[in-house]
Design a protein around this ligand. Structure first.
Ligand code: ZN
Length: 282
């Protein structure tokens, strides 16, 4: 396998009762390990890295445990867990790897909840946005999580260095992303629409991107589109292989950052399918 997986057991240290719990990445890790993937360990991002995307006041509130909502608890030491997850995305961006870290990030904007949505959807810092800002290259952010990445859209809307593409389920949380707005290309699909329609829609979305101008691809890689998961589009493991092939066909340096996907066994198998499809076409 060429793509290295970024992982630290430290990411398992919070939220055992929550749906965004440690078991999802622990099980995925074990599956990928049994399949022979190579792993790298991240270090926490510096506070300066967080400033690239988030306001100092918001960072301070997360650090002090002062911000929480019905989806996104103020866990003890969540600042440290979140900083390590950002570190995972930064390392993935440097080695063109796959960050298998939690908490996820794409629902959180500059100051927390984004685009008028009431919660941060299990997210604390926007991991992929920070990695993209740091690299300072013309980037396509491809968000294949089943939920719209309202935080990522808020951060990059109008930014001429970034094109954001999201294919997600509607109606569902967070309720944003109904239409394409400038550099943010959005396609909403009905629950359980199935792999064929999903892939056709993804192709249509990618056709709208000026790929000649793109220097790198950053994939907000959620697997809650899997049949039966939180934002199901009825996808199965072979569909992720097709998604991986399409990412490789863009022919750009690429890195991947885990977002959602709540059944650990499926997350592990889907990551393997996606990376196999991706590497097969490289
Ligand atoms: Zn999601």
């Amino acid at each position: 396998m060429k793509t290295k997986v970024i992982y630290s057991e430290k990411s398992l240290g919070y939220g055992t009762w929550h749906i965004e719990g440690p078991q999802r990445v622990k099980t995925a890790h074990d599956i990928l390990k049994s399949k022979g993937y190579e792993f790298c360990t991240p270090t926490p991002a510096d506070e300066d890295d967080l400033f690239a995307v988030h306001d100092p006041e918001y960072i301070w509130q997360v650090k002090k445990g002062l911000v929480e909502d019905s989806d996104t608890p103020a866990y003890d030491n969540i600042y440290e867990f979140a900083r390590l997850s950002v570190g995972g995305a930064l390392l993935a961006s440097k080695v063109n790897g796959f960050s298998l870290m939690r908490p996820p990030g794409h629902h959180v904007g500059r100051n927390g909840a984004a685009l008028g949505v009431y919660t941060r959807g299990f997210c604390y810092f926007n991991n992929i946005a920070i990695a993209v800002k740091e690299l300072c290259k013309k980037t396509l952010i491809l968000d294949i999580d089943g939920h719209h990445g309202n935080g990522t859209q808020e951060i990059f809307q109008g930014d001429c260095n970034v094109t954001y593409v999201s294919v997600h389920q509607s109606p569902n949380y967070p309720g944003t992303g109904a239409v394409t707005e400038g550099n943010c290309i959005n396609f909403a699909l009905q629950p359980n629409c199935g792999g064929a329609l999903y892939l056709k829609t993804l192709d249509k979305a990618l056709c709208m991107v000026q790929t000649t101008e793109i220097e790198q691809v950053a994939v907000s890689c959620g697997f809650d589109t899997h049949l039966g998961d939180l934002a199901t589009l009825g996808l199965i493991d072979t569909d992720y292989r097709e998604i991986g092939k399409r990412i490789a066909q863009l022919k750009k340096p690429t890195f991947f950052v885990l977002e959602g996907g709540y059944v650990g066994e499926k997350v592990g198998l889907d990551i393997d399918s996606l990376l196999r499809g991706y590497e097969e076409k490289l």
